[in-house]
Design a protein around this ligand. Structure first.
Ligand SMILES: Nc1ncnc2c1ncn2[C@@H]1O[C@H](COP(=O)(O)OP(=O)(O)OP(=O)(O)O)[C@@H](O)[C@H]1O
Length: 835
């Protein structure tokens, strides 16, 4: 242990307490000779009055004594404690030694001041209470150890005198064989104190019925250290001595005889030694040797008197004239003690930890790190369980779509993951459009991530498409070509397609449409496939994002034969591949109402449809919902406002990655087989209709750009018309679309192509030669069916039917709003169609 960095001299504080005159003294006829003049001064009057003494005739019989503080019989215990001891507590806690000792003749109130009574507790109790309170107040930051010992320094005649005092290597007096009790609180200390005090030698004398025949030393040690663990730690250790000395006595006064008289002699001897030390210490100019070894008392008080301690001496006197001599001596010694100076230093113990302790600290820190990691994981898990915030992150979407390691679409989750992410993208992308926002709310979907909203916030709020129809409606599909920032982008093509087959699904306002196509194109180009954006830096390039598709990488046998091979093998998989459930129950609730009222219903009012049943598995696909909305027939749409769409009975082979097709077809080329499959699987949604009976695309005319098709455009068109007729007859709900082929463009990339190689993508059993040959693939579209059980009634057996003729379109347009499209199942390369 080393002492404090700075030490300073401290004057010993001396207080004087004059107790009330006792009944016994009054009975003896004693008079008051001690008076407190002011807060610091006490006057003692000599009771001896002899008018015949000429020599002393003009001498003042009063003598004043000045102390740091003086109390008379009016002073309460609390006042004495506040003025003398309370200020020491803070120093003890922070590593300073302190001593309070009561000094005075027998029967003058030393024990009363230090121990007190039950009603009026003394300094012991009050000090300990405040000490523990102060410790508690700082225990958040600091760690404390408190120990206590209660020592009786008695004359050598008693057993307690067998205790030896020893000085340790640092010069601190230790009592051999003493028991130190680690204390928990002040209450426990008080119980120990009372117990110890009962064992203290007390005998009635003529001067005091409860005269203490020994000195009592209560020592409280406080060790303080910071709770912040460090390699080098500082420990502060303060000690507080509270000493109730035995009283000096005169044999004549106590009338002791025998053993009691010998005790008194020993007490007086120790007090005399104390007085000598005080005398020596108080002599400023002398370099006299301080003989602490004269008595155990002075040895114990060595530090308190002349060493490292803030010391308070409370001198006690009786006001009675009968105790004049004792009072005068006490006042004299107390007055001298004022001159004693101590050098106060903070006791600091620098603890440098051993290597084993380092290991322990490191283990603690590792445990803490692990605990925090688990906490983070838990929070992350909860967030994912809630699903919403993470799904709002574009990185998450990309992560869902693609395996970061391989850069390919996720195999296990496959198309489901891609579809799901697209649903999210579409849904959120259209969140600025009020009808869509309605559904977004219903779906409890999060808003777009900042980087997306930054790009697309110009999307206006569009409360109801039917309420904001422009005077002259643009020709469907005619105006999109000039709005897309990407040459040859499929986003506009898709919208054009939608505008033809389901014009009601799109907003009427030109500006909104343009925003919409821009949005779609951005999403297609940037958000999932991360193709280079021609006009913007959106999204911000971030190397930490999973690399998705290298720009301009065409899927050709030359460039990526392995991919093509994989794709080819994939598309040859049996058609009865079963799609696993695509998403959770919450996604199954993504239902749309077709009536105008439905746009404004709150999420709670949106009915929950049964999930899509695919090949015996219950699943659902929001994209097909969207498709169904787009293709809602005017007759059925109103009823659908009350009946959610549901789908069932779709053969596994007819299920495909409709959203993938929608968004991926720019990267795909289509074989005739795939094209056919797409038409069947995705465009036909009549209940009970086999995929083979499904009609082809609703879109008009041949598509010369479908170079990969084996069927001629004319034949394809015939099929399409036939399908339309069947649709009208059956009034079934059909989502028409095709897996489209398109020439290789800069948009081609291996990863989107791989995405369609998901084993759950149904094909018609053809090896897709066109893929190999032309580097094109076609994504089949999802097939959506409305089960009869979910139809609105006999008059509307197939509630959603998309009229493919212009009349149908206009009729629907006149009927009012339709569901916002938000997504499409169409996979047409409209660029070429318009050309
Ligand atoms: N300030 C006070 N107010 C009221 N009573 C007091 C006061 N001081 C002392 N007394 C009473 O005086 C008596 C003697 O006091 P006390 O025992 O404390 O003296 P002492 O100095 O400890 O004596 P000894 O040295 O013999 O032990 C007790 O009955 C005590 O209650």
């Amino acid at each position: 242990m080393k002492d404090s960095r700075d030490s300073k001299d401290q004057q010993l504080m001396v207080a004087l307490r004059v107790r009330p005159i006792s009944v016994a003294e009054l009975e003896e006829g004693a008079t008051l000779i001690a008076h407190k003049v002011d807060e610091q001064m006490v006057v003692l009057m000599d009771p001896m009055e002899d008018p015949d003494d000429i020599l002393r005739a003009h001498r003042s019989r009063e003598k004043s004594y000045l102390f740091d503080v003086a109390f008379d019989f009016t002073a309460t215990q609390e006042m004495v404690y506040q003025a003398t001891t309370k200020s020491l507590i803070e120093g003890v806690i922070s590593g300073y030694n302190a001593t309070v000792f009561a000094y005075g003749p027998t029967g003058c109130g030393k024990t009363y001041t230090m121990l007190g009574t039950d009603r009026e507790p003394g300094i012991y109790v009050r000090t300990l209470n405040d000490l523990f309170r102060a410790i508690e107040e700082t225990s958040n930051d600091m760690e404390y150890e408190v120990s206590m010992s209660y020592l009786e320094v008695s004359p050598p005649l008693t057993p307690a005198s067998a205790r030896e005092l020893r000085e340790d290597s640092k010069g601190v007096i230790q009592v051999a064989g003493i028991t130190e009790v680690s204390t928990i609180n002040a209450k426990e200390i008080m119980q120990l104190l009372m117990k110890g005090n009962r064992q203290r030698t007390q005998e009635p004398t003529a001067a005091n019925q409860t005269s203490s025949r020994s000195h009592a030393v209560l020592q409280v040690a406080v060790r303080q250290r910071s709770r912040v663990k460090n390699v080098l730690q500082e420990v502060r250790q303060g000690r507080l001595f509270m000493i109730d000395l035995a009283g000096s006595e005169r044999a004549s006064q106590t009338q002791n005889r025998g053993q009691r008289m010998k005790e008194g002699a020993h007490i007086n001897r120790s007090l005399l030694a104390l007085g000598n030390c005080i005398n020596a210490l108080s002599d400023k100019n002398s370099n006299k040797y301080i003989n602490y070894r004269d008595s155990k008392l002075t040895r114990l008080l060595k530090d308190s008197l002349g060493g490292n301690s803030r010391t308070v001496m409370i001198a006690h006197i009786s006001p009675a004239s009968s105790a004049f001599e004792e009072s005068r001596n006490t006042l004299t010694y107390a007055g001298r003690a004022k001159n004693i100076k101590t050098r106060v230093k903070q006791n600091l113990l620098n603890v440098s930890y051993h290597i084993a302790q380092y290991t322990s600290i490191i283990a603690d820190l590792r445990g803490e790190i692990q605990r925090l990691k688990c906490k983070i994981d838990e929070q992350g898990g909860r967030g994912q369980a809630r699903g919403r915030p993470e799904r709002g992150d574009i990185r998450h979407i990309q992560g869902v779509c693609w395996e970061p390691s391989s850069g390919s679409p996720r195999g296990g989750e496959g198309g489901a993951g891609v579809r799901r992410c697209w649903v999210q993208i579409q849904t959120r992308a259209f969140s600025g459009w009020a009808p869509w926002a309605t559904h977004s709310t219903a779906l409890s979907l999060p808003s777009l991530p900042p980087e997306v909203t930054r790009e697309f916030t110009p999307l206006p709020s569009y409360p109801n498409p039917s309420l904001a129809q422009p005077e002259s409606e643009p020709r469907p599909g005619a105006f999109f070509s000039s709005t897309c920032p990407y040459p040859g982008c499929e986003g506009q093509g898709w919208l054009s397609e939608v505008s033809q087959v389901a014009p009601d699904a799109l907003p009427r306002d030109q500006a909104i449409r343009q925003s919409l196509v821009t949005l779609c194109c951005h999403l297609v180009q940037d958000q999932v496939f991360r193709l280079p954006s021609p006009a913007s830096t959106f999204p911000p390039q971030d190397s930490s994002l999973p690399r998705i598709a290298p720009a301009g990488t065409a899927l050709t046998p030359e460039s990526d034969p392995e991919s093509v091979k994989t794709l080819s093998s994939e598309v040859q998989r049996p058609q009865n591949s079963i799609l696993p459930p695509l998403s959770t129950e919450s996604e199954a609730n993504r239902v749309f109402k077709a009536s105008p009222r439905a746009w404004h219903v709150k999420s709670s009012s949106v009915p929950t449809p049964p999930p899509i049943q695919i090949g015996g598995l219950v699943t659902q696909e929001v994209s097909t919902d969207l498709s169904s909305r787009i293709n809602s027939s005017p007759d059925s749409s109103e009823n659908l406002s009350e009946i959610p769409l549901s789908y069932k009975g779709v053969p596994p082979a007819s299920l495909s990655l409709a959203p993938l097709k929608l968004w991926c077809y720019p990267f795909c080329k289509e074989s005739p087989t795939l094209q056919h499959a797409a038409s069947e699987d995705n465009l036909s949604s009549s209940t009970g209709e086999a995929p083979s009976q499904a009609v082809g695309p609703v879109g008009e005319g041949p598509r010369p750009w479908m170079r990969g098709q084996k069927k001629s455009p004319g034949k394809r068109r015939e099929e399409s018309l036939e399908a339309k007729k069947r649709k009208r007859r059956s009034r079934s709900f059909e989502v028409t679309g095709q897996g489209l082929s398109r020439p290789k463009t800069h948009l081609l990339g291996p990863r989107p192509t791989e995405s369609i190689s998901d084993h759950r993508v149904p094909v018609c059993g053809h090896p897709a030669p066109g893929i190999r040959h032309l580097g094109k693939v076609t994504l089949p579209l999802a097939k959506v069916k409305l089960p009869p059980s979910q139809s609105t009634g006999p008059g509307d057996p197939s509630p959603l039917a998309v009229p493919s003729n212009p009349a149908g379109i206009s009729r629907r347009a006149a009927r009012g709003p339709r569901l916002p499209h938000g997504a499409s199942t169409h996979g047409k390369d409209v660029r070429f169609r318009h050309t």
